[in-house]
Design a protein around this ligand. Structure first.
Ligand code: 5GP
Ligand code: MN
Length: 342
């Protein structure tokens, strides 16, 4: 991954003009990469003398509560006045870890309250939408945190990275690569991790904080989903699971509890694609994962009004669960018939 020098220079010029009011925003249901990249970038901007407000549409999962500076996050759903004021006054708005304003959901309209701010996208999803003044769009970056690391290195050198920033950046690098198991695992990424280690991060502690801090209810829910809800179709090469609101209540579901479930069917030999359907506030949120050449970004775009990455994508359905699942089964057959499953 080679950052475009001219973009770095442009960013340096804008950030060097004067102390500014800056807002960072990231996507709905923010994950480790969204929050890690937002907060680390905000810390760098503060160190440069800017005033920064980091906004997310809704709350992060509870197992990220330990992250440095997480209390600085303004959660639009609970604190919309503060978020709106910061957006209205912002000279610059950084959009991190998403490629379309619609991914902000309840926060989407708020961004149109400010039309004078410079808008910069820092993201690693495919096909970013238009309307940004500066674009750091690198789909070959394994995480937005890695991209932020590269930008900081190019702008100021790694000496600007504090231990807390290093912890934040590591979270996104770790979670978006499935603990360094998925694609885009480049030598540069591991060099970046080596630098973060030199800044003092303790990898086993971060790993425990993120992956070993769930509730017992979540463990039981996982057992239930795999045992009772996993359906195998297309000769056992495609899987899907679903959870409705009643099932989630039964296991004391908290936001983030289903994170990672969708990956599990891919541990089955020859499995090509897996989907998770979760009922949430009157619609169904879909998570898709695949192996190798199977492109769930395409699948999500074509059938479920979504997108993401080649091997990890998502979408939505506004139909009832049963109908959504039938639509999925039909879509899989059509996708397979067109060669989508290889
Ligand atoms: P997850 O399954 O972890 O929620 O999402 C997997 C990937 O797909 C993430 O990179 C996420 O940003 C993307 N994604 C999830 N839902 C949507 C959606 O509704 N629209 C688009 N464009 N991308 C999504
Ligand atoms: Mn990401």
């Amino acid at each position: 991954m080679e950052l475009q020098r001219a973009h770095i220079e442009q960013l340096k010029t804008w950030l060097g003009e004067r102390p500014m009011k800056i807002v960072t925003v990231s996507h709905t249901n923010p994950d480790g990469d969204a929050i890690g990249s937002s907060l680390a970038w905000a810390e760098l901007l503060r160190a440069m003398g800017h005033t920064v407000t980091s906004i997310v549409p809704n709350r992060h999962p509870y197992f990220l509560n330990w992250m440095p500076h997480i209390k600085d996050l303004v959660i639009f759903k609970f604190d919309s006045e503060r978020a709106l004021e910061a957006i209205r006054e912002a000279d610059m708005i950084f959009c991190l870890d998403f490629n379309a304003l619609s991914r902000l959901e309840i926060l989407t309209d708020a961004l149109s309250e400010n039309t004078h701010a410079r808008r910069v996208l820092i993201d690693h999803h495919l096909s970013p939408e238009e309307g940004f003044d500066l674009l750091f769009s690198y789909p070959e970056a394994s995480s937005t945190c890695f991209l932020v690391y590269e930008i900081i290195e190019a702008m100021q050198g790694v000496g600007a990275i504090t231990k807390e920033m290093a912890e934040l950046l590591y979270v996104g690098m770790m979670t978006d690569t499935g603990n360094f198991a998925f694609s885009f695992l480049t030598p540069e990424l591991f060099r970046a991790v080596a630098v973060l280690l030199e800044r003092g991060i303790v990898i086993p502690d971060i790993h425990n904080n993120v992956y070993n801090a769930y509730t017992a209810g979540r463990a039981r829910l996982f057992g239930y989903v795999i045992n009772r809800k996993m359906e195998l179709i297309h000769g056992g090469r495609v899987a899907y699971m679903s959870l409705n609101e009643q099932e989630m209540r039964r296991f004391g579901f908290q936001q983030g509890d289903s994170e990672g479930f969708v990956n599990y069917p891919l541990t089955i030999k020859k499995m090509k694609m897996s989907a998770m359907f979760i009922e949430q506030n009157g619609f169904i949120r879909i998570s898709l994962r695949s192996r190798g050449k199977v492109d769930v970004n395409l699948f999500a775009r074509k059938y479920f009004n979504g997108g993401g990455h080649k091997n990890a994508a998502g979408g939505k359905s506004f139909d009832p669960m049963e109908l959504t699942l039938r639509r999925y089964e039909e879509a899989v057959e059509e996708f397979a018939a067109e060669g989508g499953l290889g």
